[in-house]
Design a protein around this ligand. Structure first.
Ligand SMILES: C[S@@+](CC[C@H](N)C(=O)[O-])C[C@H]1O[C@@H](n2cnc3c(N)ncnc32)[C@H](O)[C@@H]1O
Length: 211
């Protein structure tokens, strides 16, 4: 496993669309304010905008130090349970674990660090694009700054609350000690694993967590 980059294979989704993330590097020059050009504006439906905002807020829990207390409450009981069920893990032949509805992938990463060959499964492109970005493109802890609450006045006592920056991630996935074989799989859980060849994994998930 490389030190600076984790290669997390994205198993092709069966939802039927290709993910194509276009970089704006060539099209947009911030110095010339070319990004104000109306022809570059996309007509993004409000429902999609809302989903993106929601994912940005969720990043705080999964990938920021500010989310640690909540992460511990949600994920530690699952990790402890895994420890209990698989106390003696063989490094040569580690047990496998599947996390359906893996969201932004932090639980799957923690399970992998524990010594399991872990696969996170998720069918939301919003989640998958974001987890792929953090897992595969991070070079250092706190490399990215987000403003998760900037779009909402809810629960803000002051402007500072709303404008508060959050650095992510709190951990460098590439050197977090993950077990070889860690992957994220895009697609509907029911379809992707509806194959007899997929037996033999433990199944742990935190699906009902309110995010
Ligand atoms: C309530 S969220 C919880 C996410 C994550 N486990 C967490 O704790 O933050 C449920 C997640 O399951 C995903 N999901 C729901 N049904 C799914 C399915 N059939 N196959 C794969 N993912 C699914 C959703 O997209 C969503 O990310």
């Amino acid at each position: 496993m490389g030190q600076s980059r984790v290669s997390i294979p994205l198993i092709p989704t069966r939802i039927g669309h290709q993910i194509r993330v276009q970089t704006t590097q060539n099209a947009v020059s911030s110095s010339s304010h070319a990004w104000l050009d109306p022809s570059l504006r996309l007509n993004v439906p409000l429902v999609d905008v809302d989903k993106v905002r929601c994912v940005i807020r969720n990043i705080v829990r999964d990938w920021a130090s500010e989310g640690k207390v909540e992460r511990d409450q949600c994920y530690l009981p699952i990790l402890e349970e895994l420890e209990k069920w698989f106390p003696k893990r063989n490094k040569e032949s580690p047990p496998c674990c599947l996390v359906p509805g893996a969201g932004l992938g932090r639980l799957a990463l923690e399970i992998s660090r524990l010594g399991f060959v872990c696969q996170g499964n998720e069918f939301s492109y919003y989640m998958m694009i974001c987890s792929s970005f953090i897992l595969n493109n991070t070079q250092s802890v706190g490399e990215w700054t987000i403003y998760p609450w900037i779009h909402s006045n809810c629960n803000s006592h002051s402007d500072e609350d709303q404008l508060r920056p959050v650095s992510i991630p709190d951990i460098l996935p590439a050197s977090a000690g993950i077990t070889e074989g860690f992957s994220m799989c895009g697609g509907d859980f029911v379809e992707v694993y509806n194959d007899p060849g997929q037996e033999g994994r433990s199944l742990f998930f935190s699906y009902i967590l309110v995010s």
